[in-house]
Design a protein around this ligand. Structure first.
Ligand code: NAD
Length: 909
């Protein structure tokens, strides 16, 4: 049996909203409104027919042995080279073998179906067994034109052969005639198009029925033998009426994809055919036509084998991976339809030495590096000496293809100075799984999308164009894997090991189930003792939780040690290391209560509570910290309580222990910093046996531990960069608790200590928390204490007189917001203002509204750091923003360009 053996497609991620074309040019060409529905696909500035063909071909080759290909045909009318075989470029990028035939099929919209028939007949003849035909087009049109709306960019690939056939080839019929509905002269960029009526009536309207009926006659079949009918025709109404005229019911007709991508030129018959294959079941019969200077019709029957095809993007996957834009000027720039000043940096020589290109052909075109024959270490580029310092073998490198190796972002930057069609130029280092790393450009993403650790895939793109000599340079770039950024936001603990003390019940059990459900391997520690810790304990609570985790498909091990002893702590950590080989997370949660008023608080009750809570955390965390230091990673949670933070009658022992844990965290966060160990503290409110007789019943009902779990889970995650913070959590309410220090008052002088009477006199000022702030560590606090007020108020960086109230500026910010200037703006500004009146505020601008809040936003686009005086001067119109920036008074982090919006969006002065 011969026929289609695989398929693949590529539609660029960018889609231009057709209304943006109309909004930009409707004043000039109002009639284009008639076809302004949906969106058209749009090449990125570094894509063309070749790059799209490479991607569609890679999709088609998924799960297939590319060394079996014996011929590769490329069909397109927008090939970048008139004399340098374009199929050869694609073949080099795919790293196909060189003892094969490659050919360009061009000069007609039906080139792809012609190439396909040629390929199928070559298989039928028995001369070849495996051929790939890829079609790709990115046609140019002038602006404000119907065809700008109708056309789309894209590529589609079909492989054909005599084994593993997914759609059997039943036959074809062709018409060749010099019918000219449009043409593009050899030296022209744009099509010349005859009247639409002519194209519709004499073109599609006559030629498609003729070729379909010709095929029916040749194969002795009728429309009853066709389940899906594929032919391109960008006139929506005529597309339907031709099918109706042929006797096809509407559900047989495959959509022409106008709304979702537009007509992709020579690739479009394949594109529609693949969309039909994606929905097809064995036995379905598909008739595909190509149109242009006549037409081709091919008839296929889908086989059982289609269900065994490896997963791929195809048309559906490509359509799903999209980034819509309404930026028509960007479209014009990307297509080179408007001339922008690129600066003198763009004048750097762009000539390509074809000799070097040939010598490094595999490396540049095929992203081929080396792999050491002796130690199997991959590296890019290939070198004479193995990079592995423990190997260092000479001339041991075998070819190794990196194009399909999963990779992650190791470092990156956004560069506004480099020449770029779409600034900032984003580039950085990618690390390949299994070894090898290289510096590459990032594309198909915004700077905000890129993060260290983000999975990327390599894609063949245009590196640059030498317009003077008509040469296009290609190389591989990194593209964020679709959905990976979103997935990265999903908190997972795969490969992480967690110790949770007191996890046999209450909060600890809830943490254990959640972390295990998100992939962690968990040591469920619980002594199984009484509420006051007075008995010997039992293995049952820990065992039950382990059973529950395992029943849900998770991994866990029980441990029954007592956290109150050093050996117990050691053993809990040992259980993690012995069972799972590492330790990443510790939640110090075990707890007991022995409440008594202070005068009745005997030493054993004091000590028992100290031993479990404070000493317990020390016993477990110390050996855990040693393991975390080894890994250079750790997340530690302490459990405090409102009793310790604020006081609670009858709980002096518990309060002291719980506040002791805060002290432990404060210093451990500093010591853990360089090992990437983050330490935070939770102050939970949850129904458990510890709270059943303390909480009012209605509160007890509502306080399910599950409402505390999300905060602890977040604090245990890789994304959490917070360290040294305390959070109250319960019933879905969260807030942060911190130790604040008031402003310094200096009394006396260096030689004469002040008198107690002076303290009394200045009491209100000393006792005031106006302008209080948090201190990073003890040294910062001591420095703040001994910094004389005059210097403090001057503020190191502020050379403008404050003369105003920073808070008042933020209070008025919303009034000064220019909503009409904010259409389409979606940005979050964070303001960190230092000095006496300073603090943190953030401003969210979305849907032409502006809100201002005090505090720090989690994901600001742009952070503005200024001293209070400078800030007031800038917002008062006395200090221009640009001058503040260039003089270093305004520091900007994140997206620097966004800061330019400030003057546009707010009335300043
Ligand atoms: P819980 O009694 O349900 O759970 C505590 C678990 O710790 C028990 O299963 C117990 O067997 C275990 N345990 C006690 N001593 C141990 C030891 N020496 N070694 C190993 N395991 C031991 O109580 P919970 O409410 O889930 O409390 C969990 C933590 O949260 C405690 O530290 C508690 O002080 C703290 N906390 C709870 C609340 C709340 O509202 N529930 C409020 C503030 C703080």
């Amino acid at each position: 049996m011969i026929g289609i053996t695989s398929y693949g497609a590529y539609i660029p991620r960018l889609r231009l909203d057709r209304m943006a074309i109309f909004q930009g040019m409707g004043w000039f060409a109002p009639a284009i409104m008639m076809v302004a529905q949906g969106e058209r696909s749009m090449c990125n500035w570094d894509e063309d027919a070749i790059t799209m063909a490479v991607e569609a071909s890679r999709d088609c080759l998924r799960g297939r042995d590319k060394s079996q290909l014996e011929a590769f045909y490329l069909a397109s009318t927008t090939l970048p080279f008139a004399d340098r075989q374009n199929a050869g470029i694609v073949s080099a990028a795919l790293n196909l073998r060189d003892d094969m035939i490659t050919a360009d099929h061009t000069s007609s919209q039906k080139a792809a179906t012609t190439a396909l028939i040629t390929a199928l007949e070559s298989i039928q003849s028995g001369q070849r067994h495996n051929i790939m035909v890829t079609a790709s087009d990115s046609r140019e049109t002038r602006t404000a034109y119907f065809y700008e709306m109708w056309f789309g960019d894209g590529a589609a690939a079909l492989s054909v052969g005599d084994d593993d056939v997914i759609a059997e080839y039943k036959g074809s019929y062709s018409l060749s005639m010099d019918f000219v509905d449009h043409y593009r002269g050899a030296d022209q960029k744009y099509d010349y198009v005859w009247e639409e009526r002519w194209t519709r009536d004499a073109g599609y309207g006559e030629i498609i029925p003729r070729v379909v009926n010709g095929l029916f006659d040749k194969l002795g079949i009728s429309m009853d033998d066709v389940d899906r009918l594929v032919y391109p025709c960008f006139f929506k109404r005529d597309h339907r009426s031709i099918a109706a005229g042929l006797g096809a019911t509407p559900e047989k007709l495959v959509d022409n994809m106008h709304e979702v991508c537009g007509e992709t030129g020579a690739a479009h018959s394949f594109m529609m055919f693949i969309s039909a294959l994606e929905e097809a079941k064995p036995g379905d019969r598909i008739l595909m036509c190509g149109f242009g200077q006549g037409a081709n019709a091919l008839y296929f029957e889908v086989t059982d084998h289609i269900s065994r095809l490896a997963g791929r993007n195809g048309v559906a996957g490509s359509l799903a991976n999209k980034k819509s834009t309404g930026n028509y000027l960007k479209w014009l720039k990307f297509r080179d339809l408007i001339k922008t000043e690129m600066g003198i940096r763009a004048e750097a020589p762009t000539q390509t030495a074809t000799s070097v290109l040939w010598r490094k052909n595999k490396m540049i075109m095929g992203l081929v590096g080396g792999k050491c024959r002796e130690c199997h270490t991959p590296q890019f580029p290939k070198a004479d000496i193995c990079v592995n310092p423990e190997c260092g073998a000479f001339h041991s490198q075998e070819d190794f293809e990196f194009a399909d190796v999963p990779a992650k972002v190791k470092t990156f930057t956004g560069d506004l100075l480099s020449v770029s069609v779409d600034p900032p130029a984003i580039y950085g280092m990618v690390q390949f799984e299994g070894g090898g790393r290289t510096v590459v450009d990032f594309t198909d993403c915004a700077l905000d999308d890129v993060r260290v650790g983000l999975p990327v895939k390599m894609a063949f793109k245009r590196k640059g164009v030498d317009k003077e000599r008509g040469f296009v340079n290609y190389f591989w770039k990194a593209v964020p894997v679709p959905g990976a950024a979103e997935e990265k936001d999903i908190i997972r603990f795969d490969d992480r090991v967690a110790v949770i003390t007191g996890a046999g019940a209450g909060l600890g059990k809830a943490y254990a189930l959640e972390l295990a459900g998100r992939g962690a391997r968990v040591v469920v520690n619980d002594l199984g003792g009484a509420r006051d810790g007075s008995d010997q304990g039992s293995a049952s609570p820990a065992d039950k939780v382990v059973d529950e985790i395992k029943a849900l498909g998770g991994e866990a091990v029980a441990n029954y040690d007592n956290v109150a002893t050093p050996e117990g702590g050691e053993n809990i950590v040992k259980t993690a290391l012995d069972t799972f080989g590492r330790l990443d997370i510790v939640i110090n949660n075990a707890g007991i209560l022995r409440d008594k008023s202070f005068l009745k608080m005997e030493p054993e009750n004091w000590k028992a509570v100290m031993d479990v809570h404070l000493n317990g955390a020390y016993h477990v965390t110390r050996p855990a910290m040693a393991a975390m230091k080894e890994n250079g990673y750790g997340r530690i949670i302490m459990t405090t309580s409102a009793a310790g933070l604020y006081g609670n009658f009858g709980q002096t022992n518990y309060s002291a222990a719980k506040m002791g844990l805060v002290g432990l965290m404060n210093t451990l966060k500093l010591e853990g910093q360089k090992y990437n160990v983050k330490v935070n503290t939770i102050a939970p409110i949850a129904a458990s046996r510890l709270t059943e007789d303390v909480m009012p019943p209605e509160l007890f009902e509502k306080s399910r531990p599950e409402f505390v779990v999300p905060m602890v889970t977040y604090l245990c995650g890789e994304n959490c960069q917070e360290s040294g913070a305390i959070f109250n959590s319960g019933m879905g309410y969260f807030n942060r608790v911190a130790v604040y220090t008031g402003p310094t008052v200096q009394l006396g002088d260096p030689d004469n200590p002040p008198t107690p009477e002076q303290i009394h006199e200045n009491w209100n000022q000393i006792n005031s928390m106006d302008g209080a702030g948090e201190m990073e560590d003890a040294n910062t606090a001591i420095f703040a204490l001994i910094t004389p007020p005059a210097e403090a108020s001057e503020s190191a960086e502020s050379d403008e007189q404050a003369g105003g109230d920073v808070q008042a500026v933020f209070d008025k910010m919303v009034d000064g917001f220019k909503a009409d200037a904010a259409a389409g703006v979606d940005v979050i500004f964070q303001f960190n203002i230092s000095g006496q009146g300073g603090g943190e505020w953030y401003c969210v601008i979305k849907d032409s509204t502006c809100t201002v809040e005090k505090g720090a936003h989690e994901k600001p686009a742009c952070t503005i750091k200024m001293a209070d005086g400078n800030f007031l001067a800038m917002m008062g119109g006395k200090l221009p923003a640009m001058q503040a920036f260039t003089s270093g008074k305004l520091l900007i982090e994140g997206d620097v360009m966004k800061s330019q919006l400030l003057e546009k969006l707010f009335v300043i002065g």
